[in-house]
Design a protein around this ligand. Structure first.
Ligand code: IPM
Ligand code: MN
Length: 354
């Protein structure tokens, strides 16, 4: 029995996570779920995003399945530093894995691109960089007020992230883009480049390119077919994967895995879209990103056949045109759920031996 901590969180997180749980429940696996009502409402009641021993509680689980964190009632930096970011850091979830794939039946914004031409895998450093949390403010409120935010780049973090990305590239199309900005940044990204090159030397079969982040943004739009695996710092990875989600056709499709690669704690799986206060509560949210994230969780937990079945069900439902509003369709969250469950029950979606 594998135990999963479920944090639906805020906004549409509470609408898409139940869909993921229905899909997971339909697979006949020995999974047990415990729900935690943490997030901005919890903050409103208690002054905390999660209980004081929340991280200790989560440490006992095999994985964390999360919806979205953030709501206008709580400043974003308070909600995120009260729940999401401490989980990523405490459990040393040092890789944030984000697949970007054009799905069949979905019209992305890039003209004339078919599925297969857009198939990238982002490996985002997930513990430091611009998200280090180091810094402070002085002269609060005065004209001379100063804010200092210090990005931290360590050899260790770059090294392990690059290694993970190169291992992925070796199993895919053997090509890696390392995203940098070592023309303007004289220290952090120069170290980044050096360490990536050192690790890459151990993977002679992988073609490694160094691309500045600005050029990378353009390349993702103009020549996405040339991109396989990408390794990027925390902030660059954050920004480029929103671009990736847009290229897929909607932020609602994008999935992510925060991987505690060395097993220091549970890994966490969450859609990229956030709580979406503008559409929350209406039953329109696209559950595909959450369901795809559940598939990444299955893969991580060793249920490879089931993970493939769920991804195939997502493809099938998109191919059928059961799409939510963000994709130009008219299906509700529940209708997508029904279509996913039907696709999983269809004869073609056989449970495989795992
Ligand atoms: C993401 C989100 C988070 C991030 C925010 C909510 C802190 O945008 O997972 O991409 O920047 O990492
Ligand atoms: Mn983001």
């Amino acid at each position: 029995m594998q135990r999963i901590a479920v944090i639906p969180g805020d906004g549409v997180g509470k609408e898409v996570v139940p869909v993921g749980l229905e899909v997971l429940g339909a697979l006949g696996l020995a999974l047990e779920f415990d729900q935690f009502p943490w997030g901005c409402e919890h903050y409103g009641r208690t002054g905390r995003m999660m209980p004081e021993d929340g991280l200790k509680t989560l440490a006992r689980y095999d994985a964390i399945y999360l919806g979205a964190i953030g709501w206008p009632s709580v400043p974003d930096h308070v909600s995120l530093w009260g729940l999401l970011l401490p989980i990523r850091k405490t459990f040393d979830q040092y890789v944030n894995l984000r697949p970007v794939r054009l799905l069949p039946g979905v019209r992305g914004p890039l003209a004339g691109r078919d599925p297969g031409e857009v198939d990238m895998l982002f490996v985002r450093e997930n513990t430091e960089g611009e998200y280090s949390g180091a810094g402070g403010r002085v002269h609060a409120g005065a004209a001379a007020e100063v804010a200092v935010e210090v990005p931290i780049f360590t050899r260790r973090a770059i090294e392990r992230c690059a290694r993970y990305a190169l291992e992925q590239a070796r199993q895919r199309r053997r090509s890696l883009v390392s995203v940098t900005k070592s023309n303007a940044s004289r220290y952090a990204y120069v170290l980044w480049d050096e360490v990536v090159a050192e690790v890459a030397a151990g993977f002679p079969e992988v073609r490694v390119e160094r691309v500045h982040v600005d050029a990378m943004a353009a390349r993702m739009v103009l020549r996405p077919e040339t991109i396989d695996v990408v390794v990027a710092s925390n902030l660059f990875g954050d920004i480029l994967t929103d671009l990736g989600a847009a290229i897929q056709g909607s932020l609602g499709l994008a999935a992510s895995a925060n991987l505690s690669v060395d097993g220091l704690g549970p890994s966490m799986f969450e859609p990229v879209h956030g709580s979406a206060p503008d559409i929350a509560g209406r039953g329109w949210a696209n559950p595909v990103g959450a369901v795809w994230s559940a598939a990444l969780m299955l893969q991580h937990l060793g249920h490879l056949g089931s993970a493939k079945r769920v991804e195939a069900a997502i493809d099938e439902v998109c191919r059928q045109g059961v799409l939510t509003l963000d994709l130009g369709g008219r299906a509700s969250t529940t209708e997508v759920q029904q279509a996913l469950l039907a696709a999983l029950a269809a004869p073609g979606s056989r449970p495989s031996s795992e």
